[in-house]
Design a protein around this ligand. Structure first.
Ligand code: RIB
Length: 305
C-alpha cells in the first residue's frame, strides 16, 4: 500500500452560524461562533488518514495557540507531522467562515501557509505507489517542486486547484489527476460553467483543459455527483441525496478519500464512488476537519446502496 503525502494549508476555521448570510453592508444576528480545525491541506490529510492511508502532512503553523491546537488535533488523527514546521514569522492560517442554510462564505488569511517553501517539500520520501496531493492555499512554485519530485519518484500527483487562480501550463502538465468543481474548471479553461450545464459540455471543457492525453480530470458537482475524464474514457458517478448541514470541506473530503483509495491500489471508477460517498457523509456534519468519515462509515453508506 502506498502512502499519501499532502503539501498544503492548515487553518483554524472561525465559524459564525446564522439563519441567513448578510448582504454587503448589512449586519445580521448570528447563532453561534465555533472553532474547527481546517485548511484544505489539513482537511485532505485528515480524510486520507481516517480512511486508513498512511499520511504525511507538509506545512507551516505559527507559534501561537491556534497552531498548538491544530497540531494536537492533527496528531490525534494519526497523521505524520514531522514535516509541519513552526514559524515565528507569521501567525497560523485562519479562515473566517459564515455558515447559513448549509452554504458558506470563506475569507482565508494565509499566515504561515504562504511560507511553505520548496525546501519544505524537498525531503519528502516519495516512492512509487504513493500519492502526492496539493491545493492552491500554498505558493504555486512549492507545488511545482513537490510534484516534479513526486513524478520523478514514480508517485501519482493529485491537484485540487482551489481556491481557483491562474496556473502555468508547466504546473498543469505535472498533474496526473486534477480534482475541481465546475466553476474552477470554467475558470481554468477560460469559459463559464454552471451547475446546470449538461455532462457533455463539462466533458468537452475538461477535454480542452487536459494537458496530457493520460491526464485525469475529475469534476465534482455536489448533489449531481462526479464526472471524470480519464484519458479518453468518460466516467460518471451519481450524486447521493442527503440532508446537508455544512458543506465546508466536502471537496477536501473527496480529494483525501480519492488519494487514500488510489494509494491502496483501488481502480479509479471504484475510488471515485468511494470518495463521493465519503463526501456525502462529511456534509451532514458541522466543520471541516472533524467532519471527515472513517472507512467503516463509508462502507456502511456504500453497503446501503
Ligand atoms: O475547503 C474548506 C477549507 O477552506 C476550510 O477548512 C478553510 O480553512 C479554507 O481553507
Amino acid at each position: 500500500m502506498g502512502r499519501v503525502f499532502v503539501a498544503g494549508s492548515i487553518n483554524m476555521d472561525v465559524v459564525a452560524t446564522a439563519t441567513r448570510h448578510p448582504k454587503v453592508g448589512e449586519t445580521v444576528a448570528g447563532l453561534e461562533v465555533l472553532y474547527f480545525p481546517g485548511g484544505k491541506g489539513a482537511n485532505q490529510a485528515v480524510a486520507a488518514s481516517r480512511l486508513g492511508a498512511r499520511t504525511t502532512l507538509i506545512g507551516r503553523l505559527g507559534k501561537d495557540s491556534f497552531g498548538a491546537e491544530l497540531r494536537a488535533f492533527l496528531a490525534a488523527q494519526g497523521i505524520d507531522l514531522g514535516s509541519v514546521r513552526e514559524t515565528a514569522e507569521a501567525h497560523s492560517g485562519t479562515a473566517i467562515i459564515t455558515v447559513a442554510a448549509a452554504d458558506n462564505t470563506i475569507v482565508v488569511i494565509p499566515g504561515g501557509n504562504a511560507l511553505v517553501s520548496t525546501d519544505d517539500v524537498a525531503a519528502a520520501p516519495l516512492a512509487k505507489g504513493d500519492v502526492a496531493v496539493s491545493q492552491f492555499e500554498i505558493p504555486l512554485p512549492t507545488i511545482a517542486a513537490f510534484f516534479a519530485r513526486a513524478r520523478a519518484a514514480g508517485a501519482t500527483t493529485l491537484l485540487n486547484p482551489a481556491p481557483a487562480q491562474a496556473m502555468s501550463g508547466e504546473l498543469l502538465a505535472l498533474v496526473d489527476i486534477l480534482v475541481l468543481n465546475e466553476t474552477e474548471l470554467g475558470f481554468l479553461a477560460g469559459t463559464e460553467l454552471s451547475e446546470a450545464d449538461a455532462a457533455a459540455r463539462i466533458f468537452d471543457v475538461a477535454l480542452r483543459l487536459q494537458a496530457r492525453e493520460d491526464q485525469t480530470i475529475c469534476v465534482t458537482l455536489g448533489k449531481r455527483g462526479v464526472l471524470a475524464l480519464a484519458g479518453r474514457e468518460e466516467i460518471s458517478v451519481a450524486g447521493r441525496l442527503v440532508q446537508a448541514v455544512d458543506t465546508t470541506g466536502a471537496g477536501d473530503c473527496f480529494v483525501g478519500a480519492l488519494a487514500a483509495q488510489l494509494a491502496d491500489g483501488v481502480p479509479l471508477r471504484s475510488a471515485l464512488a468511494f470518495a463521493n460517498a465519503a463526501a456525502s457523509i462529511s456534509v451532514q456534519r458541522m466543520g471541516a476537519g472533524p467532519s471527515m468519515p472513517t472507512a467503516a462509515e463509508v462502507a456502511a453508506v456504500l453497503g446501503a446502496g
